[in-house]
Design a protein around this ligand. Structure first.
Ligand code: PSU
Ligand code: MN
Length: 299
């Protein structure tokens, strides 16, 4: 375990080399409505435990970086008002101002990697937004330089997916289709875009990641699992509402950190909650696979 500085705490319940699975918390603070966020956070932790791993939800509470939260802390975070969205550049702000916040994919990878955790599950990674609002998520450079297995359902459908995949290729990040040859598009199982390799079992994913890192390569291995059939939406069904939500964001001058949360919320409103149901389902599905990979990694 790395030396712990005064602003960094590991929960008592987690202690490597137990199979640990990191979970992010921007989805709790900014990604889901208040009515669903605490329940989802608890459900994700339960699914991880049911699959033999220990969940380590990452967040910042009153200026302290936590890797692993108690249920009370989870509740505190889910109910907090006006908390920060914490990516790499925001940690020091939260520390010096003693603020709380949910960590993004990039923020979670930073803290979890420092804590020695190898596997992380999320919903969808950030990526390259459409050109007119030049906006590239810190999630992409984090994936380029942090050696972890990151389980997701692809990149969020609100993004420019071809450009996001090009960035990942440039930075040497393997994009694995889990049981598929196609890059999933978060709410949809299909995107028409290829992955760099297909793998079908947690053991294959672990062997792949170990080979990648034993070569001295430093990037993440991005494991992309299609969203569950029961709640996934056809790509054409979401494409129209995504265009509408983007247009509203432009008109409302919504950009920067506020853009992704705004688009996710508008999509849910415009689809009568269908994108929200898909989002909740795929988060649990990814927590399950993440736990299985964490267990396979530790044997
Ligand atoms: N996936 C979800 N909901 C979310 C996010 C991902 O299902 O809210 C969050 C992640 O934390 C991701 C962040 O890192 O959105 C990306 O934000 P941005 O595009 O501003 O980098
Ligand atoms: Mn952004």
């Amino acid at each position: 375990m790395p030396p712990l500085q005064h602003y960094f705490v590991l929960s008592h319940s987690i202690c490597p080399p137990l199979p640990l699975l990191a979970l992010e918390s921007t989805v709790i603070t900014h990604g889901l409505p208040r009515s669903q966020n605490l329940q989802l956070a608890r459900d994700m932790e339960r699914v991880v435990r049911e699959n033999g791993a220990t969940p380590a939800t990452v967040a910042v509470l009153d200026g302290i970086i936590h890797v692993g939260l108690t249920d009370t802390e989870l509740e505190q975070l889910a109910n907090a008002e006006n908390v920060r969205k914490i990516s790499r550049r925001d940690f020091a702000t939260a520390i010096v101002k003693k603020e709380s916040g949910g960590t993004t994919v990039a923020g979670t990878m930073f803290a979890a990697h420092k804590a020695g955790i190898k596997v992380f599950a999320t919903g969808g990674i950030g990526g390259v937004h459409e050109v007119e609002s030049f906006d590239i998520s810190t999630d992409l450079p984090a994936l380029a330089d942090t050696p972890m297995i990151v389980v997701c359902a692809g990149a969020k459908a609100i993004l420019d997916l071809p450009a996001t995949l090009e960035y990942l290729e440039t930075m040497g990040v393997p994009v694995i289709g889990y049981g598929t040859d196609e890059f999933p598009a978060f709410y949809s199982r299909e995107s028409g875009l290829p992955v760099s390799a297909r793998l079908d079992t947690p053991q294959e994913v672990v062997a792949f990641a170990k080979a990648h890192w034993e070569l001295g390569l430093k990037s993440a291995v991005l494991v992309c699992q299609p969203p569950p059939v029961a709640t996934a939406l056809p790509r054409q069904a979401v494409e129209g509402v995504i265009q509408q939500a983007r247009q509203e964001a432009r008109q409302g001058n919504i950009y920067g950190q506020a853009l992704t949360p705004f688009l996710l919320q508008r999509l849910s409103e415009l689809t009568g909650g269908a994108t929200l149901r898909a989002n909740l389902d795929l988060l649990l599905n990814n927590a399950r696979l993440g736990a299985q990979i964490a267990c396979a990694y530790s044997v």
